[in-house]
Structure formats: C-alpha cells, structure tokens
Design a protein around this ligand. Sequence first.
Ligand code: ADP
Length: 188
Amino acid sequence: MILILFGAPGCGKGTQALRLVEERGLVQLSSGEMLRSAIAVGSELGLRAKEIMDRGDLMSDDIIVGMVAERLDAPECANGVILDGFPRTVAQAKALDKMLCARGIGIDHVIEIKVDEASLFARIENRAAESGGARSDDNADTLRNRLAVYHENTAPLLPYYEAQGLLRSVDGMASVEGVASRVAEVVG
Ligand code: ADP
C-alpha cells in the first residue's frame, strides 16, 4: 500500500502517519525527518538542508527524489509506506509516478488533511513550546514562508491527484482521534 499524506505545514500529517505505523505496520517515509537526521549527523547534505529549512524554502527536487527512492527499496518498505512531506512539487510527483511505475506499483490514496490556516500559527507555536524549540523552522516568520511555498509549489498537486482520482480530503480541524478515524475509513 502506498499512501500519501498531504497538507499544509502543521496540519497533522506526522501525527496521523505515526498512528498508521502503529496500527497497520506501514513504514513512514518523512522527507522532513530524513533531512533532520542528515542535519543531526552533520553530513554535507545536512549542512545544506539546514539553511534551506530554516528559511522555509524547499530542497532541490533531485536531492529529495534520490533520498526517497533509496529508502523505498529498503526491505521493510515492502509492506507499504506512508509518504509524509513528499511529494511537495509537481516535479517530485512525476518522479514518484515513474519510480512506482518502474516497480510495478501505484499510489493507493492521497489523503489531504484540510486545516484552517489561522490555526496553524497557534499549532506551530505550541509544537515549538512543547518540544523546547527542537525545530528551528517552527516560528512565525518561517511558517509564513512555508505557507507561501506550500501555496505556490505544493497546492498544485491537489488538481494533479484529483485528476487521477486519488485525492481524498479529511477535516483536519477535528480532534486527533476524529481525523484518525476518517483516515481509517479512507484507508479501509
Ligand atoms: P512541515 O511541518 O512543514 O510539513 P517537514 O518536516 O515535512 O515540515 O519539512 C520541513 C522542511 O524540510 C521543509 O520546509 C523543506 O525545507 C524541507 N523538505 C521536506 N520535504 C521536502 C520535499 N519533499 N521537497 C523539498 N523540501 C522538503
């Protein structure tokens, strides 16, 4: 099973992905987490990523696509994966289609978690406070840019997947439980 969790920064993709990992044994592939690990180990990729992520901009499609492709072939992914934060551009979505096609598989569902944008600032502020500022991109200035980048580069994926009949939307303003049960309905 290939699931894509889709939505604006702070919409709850990571939270729902974790539930799916625990409940269904799927593997979560989060491009943001992969980049944060690269930053944590201080690799060359990490150094480059830090600057871009702190601004709220996107890493280059080639780097991200290569990074995800490598992980997709890991044996633990054979059961199915949840893509969280990837694809984020139409170019990434096209690269993903090619990648999956070459492996003879396809996307099962693209689940959009819809949230009211004003609430995202409060959520991100909350996350920053709870984590003791663990993510340096969790602040109002960077979030404003992350949202602008989301609208410009990522939102065009909605019609892309709608046209393929893959898009399912859930109300991300519901409780974590509420969202999880709608996601469960979609996944079946
Ligand atoms: P968010 O909470 O915004 O969904 P993520 O943890 O998914 O955060 O990503 C954090 C940052 O990592 C992004 O703002 C971007 O700089 C970089 N990033 C993550 N995934 C991608 C991707 N698919 N393409 C390009 N950049 C990415």
